[in-house]
Design a protein around this ligand. Structure first.
Ligand code: PMP
Length: 392
């Protein structure tokens, strides 16, 4: 049997392309943030993670340009060896201080944070406990570890407690949750998870990729609940509100020190290039200086949740600027996506198995820089498409 036979037999994507319903890898010609261009057509962007709209902010762009001039385009090596710049360390100090933890460590992507952190911390004879809706990078980090992987039903505290109560009390435990769930925009109930961690002696890590810059005055989900001291580790990415690329983890100094010397995705991969570190630092400064941006994205989100619900769309349990429109069927989700796209609105279809059967959805997300007029237009298009396809 030829190893590549599966490639020849893989036709699902080509079939979708042939009928004009292929929604992935769309090459955008330009993007100024809220508006993108595809083959001469303007699209209002409701599918990015640029929550604060900082990718085109002059200060962020200038910081990237200055960093290239000073440090060049690449570090050409790992943080561990030749690839650590003073800039990385400055960024780490400011991140730890901002979130309110002792130490931070900057990785090249958020994916690498989760791979390296979880796999280095959870050893043989230890447990890693995940919510079923945790991001793929958390699942992969857990799989790379030598520990036992346990999963509980999404945000179901009875199931979590039930699972915890059956584990060996002598063995180390790490619970990892998304703070803000990336597909359905709901929030992890940290006020319920923290006491369970205390009862069952588990450590808690929160993936705040979508929550930094958005919740808790920008400091994330733990800050949103006033629980920063009770959450052991908080990870974030620069690829969303921070308008860059890279990721970080913050926590107690000795834990970060351990990760720094054991995380293979940090040690065996080149460090985040200077322009990315500099633009993340510039974005952080703007977040701190201009909290009104964080307020604006949350106000926009509240308006969109209210208006989608009033139109009759099912938005699940979203409480954030990530608002799913639950359609519940692959083909109908694709048809709706296509009709929205043709009418100038860019959203992301999420199909099974990325979402459980019956939860297929369009993921919409918003930016502080969306104008009220753009949002009016998005709602008008959704209403027209929803009626045409009998979704509302
Ligand atoms: N965690 C979550 C919840 C995410 O949504 C993502 C990115 N989509 C990541 C981690 C990985 O971040 P990055 O893009 O920096 O690799």
């Amino acid at each position: 049997m030829d190893l590549f036979e599966k490639c020849t037999n893989f036709t699902a994507a080509r079939d979708a392309q042939q009928i004009g319903l292929y929604p992935y890898f769309i090459p955008l010609a330009e993007s100024e943030g809220t508006v993108a261009e595809y083959q001469g057509q303007e699209l209002i962007m409701c599918g990015s993670n640029n929550y604060l709209g900082l990718t085109t902010h002059p200060e962020v762009q200038e910081a990237a340009r200055d960093a290239i001039t000073r440090y060049g385009t690449s570090c050409t090596g790992s943080r561990f060896l030749n690839g650590t710049l003073e800039l990385h360390e400055r960024l780490e100090i400011e991140l730890a201080d901002w979130i309110g933890k002792e130490s931070a460590l900057v990785f090249s992507t958020g994916m690498q944070v989760n791979l390296g952190t979880i796999s280095s911390l959870v050893g043989r004879n230890e447990y890693v406990i995940l919510d079923r809706d945790d991001h793929a990078s958390i699942v992969d980090g857990a799989r790379l570890s030598y520990g036992d992987l346990i999963r509980y039903r999404h945000n179901d505290m009875d199931d979590l407690e039930n699972k915890l109560s059956k584990l060996d009390s002598e063995r180390g435990k790490l619970i990892v949750v998304d703070g803000l769930y990336s597909m359905e925009g709901d929030i992890a109930p940290l006020p319920d998870i923290v006491p369970l961690c205390e009862t069952y002696q588990a450590r808690l890590m929160v993936d705040d990729a979508h929550a930094v810059g958005v919740l808790g005055g920008g400091r994330g989900t733990a800050a949103h609940f006033g629980l920063t001291d009770q959450v052991d580790l908080i990870m974030g990415t620069f690829s969303k509100s921070f308008a860059s690329l890279g990721g970080f983890i913050v926590g107690a100094e000795d834990v970060i020190h351990y990760i720094k010397h054991h995380a293979r995705s940090l040690i065996f991969s080149a460090s985040i290039p200077a322009p990315n570190a500099a633009s993340a630092l510039a974005a952080l400064k703007i977040m701190i200086r201009e909290p009104e941006r964080i307020q604006r994205v949350n106000e926009i989100a509240a308006r969109m949740r209210r208006e989608f619900t009033a139109l009759g769309f099912d938005i699940g349990n979203s409480e954030t600027p990530v608002i799913p429109i639950i359609i519940g069927d692959d083909m109908r989700t694709l048809q709706t996506w296509k009709m929205l796209f043709d009418n100038g609105v860019f959203v992301n279809p999420v199909l099974s198995p990325a979402t459980p059967p019956g939860r297929q959805l369009l993921r919409t997300s918003y930016m502080a820089t969306h104008t009220d007029e753009q949002l009016d237009q998005v709602l008008d298009v959704f209403e027209a498409v929803g009626k045409k396809l009998n979704l509302i």
